[in-house]
Design a protein. Structure first.
Lengths: 343, 343
DNA sequence: ATTAGCACTCGAAGATAGAGAGTGCTAACA
DNA sequence: TGTTAGCACTCTCTATCTTCGAGTGCTAAT
């Protein structure tokens, strides 16, 4: 988009000031604080133009201007300078995650908590549904009496377990045999694939125990479904209450309710953009949910073995510190990708 | 506490009405709606007495009365009739939990969700820290390459797993040997006991691999610590925003922040009372946190093998439907105890 | 093209007034 | 002696009005 240099400066000043103060910005403020070397009157003329272009708007006639959604969009696309993470923050993050990298879940939790803490917005992380993941290992293990534990390992590094209650006790050998059979039949398949698998095909090898087999299959599905429900990591949701635009309980409730809807948040976060690290910025109604019309969602993906395996993001008011947030998310994306390497 | 019959009736009427409407109750309303057969003037006299006794209070001179915290306390102790769960609700709960009883975690989640949904308050469930639980089974299992998975089973029926990254691959035999060794050394001990165990004592049998051993011990601790952080189950926290006394964002924030503090909620919930099913009602400041001074917490315990292994509860405004809530929690307590039987 | 000046607009905040709910007190009553 | 009707009084709530000031748009001068 073409625009005179000074208009850009005015727009940027308005946005920066509004982000900082949450108050409509007047012409006087801009000419004084963001020394553009022109008088308020000149600024007013520019503002009138910017308003006509739809980049800023007036809450009412005698108030200053606030950025419109389009204004923010223009800002993040053309004006904003991404702010790199300071070394201090980098160090802080690394120290806090150093002990967490053993287990993927802990790592991911730690990352989300840090993000919300540093930004003061809500932070989220999504591990996509398992449907496309390949079962890389499966094992049945006897516990006590008539209890078995089923271990499932997926190619994205996640491990799940599920406890099985069975009717008749099985011998060690039977368990081992069954375990082998499951391994041969299911390993290498995606979750989607084995879900559609005909249990008959399996049971031909073990028809004597078709009930047990069915129970096991149900149990596997259970294990991956429990996880399905737990694959959204959310931290700092209450931070939105610190924002002056969320002084109203109804608005807060709208946002928090939506945040609890795993499915919706997943959909929102998985539509990732094209930029580097797949950074995506969705502003206001671009999130396509009424309740998020006053929020912006910034997301980045992270990878394992060159494949995107998750999305991490920050949800704040549209009046968000985009430049900082983007920098931080890029850093976090790289960090996660790095930490997962070789797992 | 001794009190004239009519005073009791007036107090109960005030509390019932206030619970239903959240509005101060006037003498006219009481004499009309709760046909006591006396005039408003008489009711006013009773109210004056009740106020002097500290059971009710006036927000301001020309408003009706609202119950004081002491009033609620008197109500739940002496006046309230516990309301049994309707068959309809019982059926609803049973149907919804029927498929969940396989795994303890799922059962517990299901119960909490149902509670919040039925009451429209926040529901919580706490599984106490593992420190007093006995490790009943431990097993090491090879995954791929240099990864092991460690399975821990506690006597309260909980199963945990933890993935281990090791430096040098171990043979099947070595793993089995190590697994046996761990089992012999640790099974039967409480979590507290083995935490204090001297790693040297263990390593005497396996000094060649003391590093690995240390890593494993750390990992066990990790596994139980992760769980430590996840042993509070919370659902319907946003329901408090439906209460008229929580129209203020600051109040909501106070409560929600506290609800996220696992440690605090644990402390609150584990101080359980003496009644049947250990039903405990804590009203307002009895919860000893400023942020909960407008809330009441009703809890019940549930058991496994005659031993209390968890507490389930409901958090709502002090203006809570105590009679319904208590009945529901008793039912839920029995149901959980029943469902866990024999596990 | 920029700027100073100025009349104008509109919301925020405070002041004022009236309505209504509910009380406490008094005196009458059963 | 306990209960009730009556009544003046208190205090919140709501609406209306006023004032204040920030910020604007327009015009004319530079």
């Amino acid at each position: 988009m073409q625009m005179e240099e000074r208009k850009k400066k005015v727009l940027e000043a308005i946005i920066r000031d509004y982000i900082a103060t949450a108050e409509p910005v007047g012409s006087r403020t801009i000419s004084r604080k963001y020394n553009l070397g022109v008088s308020p009157a000149t600024v007013r003329n520019e503002m009138a133009d910017l308003e006509e272009m739809g980049l800023i708007e007036q809450p009412h006639t005698s108030a200053g201007r606030i950025p419109s959604q389009i204004g923010y969009r223009y800002y993040v696309d053309y004006l904003m300078e991404k702010q790199s993470v300071t070394n201090e923050v980098k160090k802080y993050i690394r120290t806090n995650l150093a002990h967490q990298i053993r287990a993927q879940k802990k790592l991911v939790w730690g990352a989300v908590k840090l993000l919300s803490q540093i930004t003061n917005y809500a932070a989220l992380l999504i591990v996509p549904a398992y449907s496309q993941n390949v079962l890389s290992h499966i094992q049945l293990l006897p516990l006590a009496d008539n209890r078995l534990v089923l271990i499932l390992v997926l190619d994205n590094g996640h491990v799940e377990h599920q406890v099985l209650e069975i009717q008749k006790a099985l011998s060690q050998e039977e368990i081992a045999e069954l375990s082998d059979m499951l391994r041969q039949a299911l390993c290498g398949l995606t979750v989607d694939q084995w879900k559609q698998m005909n249990i008959q095909a399996l049971s031909s090898q073990w028809h004597s125990r078709i009930d047990l087999l069915r129970e096991i299959m149900d149990s596997i599905e259970d294990a991956l479904t429990v996880e399905y429900e737990q694959k959204l990591y959310l931290s700092g949701a209450l931070n939105i209450m610190n924002q002056p635009e969320f002084k109203n309980v109804e608005k807060v409730k709208g946002v928090l309710s939506l945040l609890e809807e795993q499915q919706i948040m997943e959909d929102l976060m998985l539509k990732s953009g094209e930029g580097p690290r797949n950074i995506s910025i969705r502003i206001g109604t671009e999130n396509s949910y009424e309740d998020l019309s006053a929020c912006s969602l910034v997301t980045a993906t992270y990878q394992l073995n060159g494949k995107v395996i998750g999305t991490v993001g920050v949800l704040g008011p549209t009046r968000m510190e985009y430049s900082k947030t983007v920098g931080l998310l890029e850093y976090m994306s790289d960090l996660l990708t790095e930490a997962l390497k070789g797992k």
